[in-house]
Design a protein. Sequence first.
Length: 56
Amino acid sequence: MKQGTTYGIDVERLRLFGDAVIAIAITLLALEMTIPEQVGKEELGHALVEARTLTS
């Protein structure tokens, strides 16, 4: 068994995956997308696209 491997899981790959997940979460938290409170469920997709085009 290769050093750094436990039960077939490469520890380095697992650490890198965790880093990637945290980086994506931080990126999503940094995005400033405001959706008006009066937007209903059926209009949410359109409102998200509109908010994205306003911030680009």
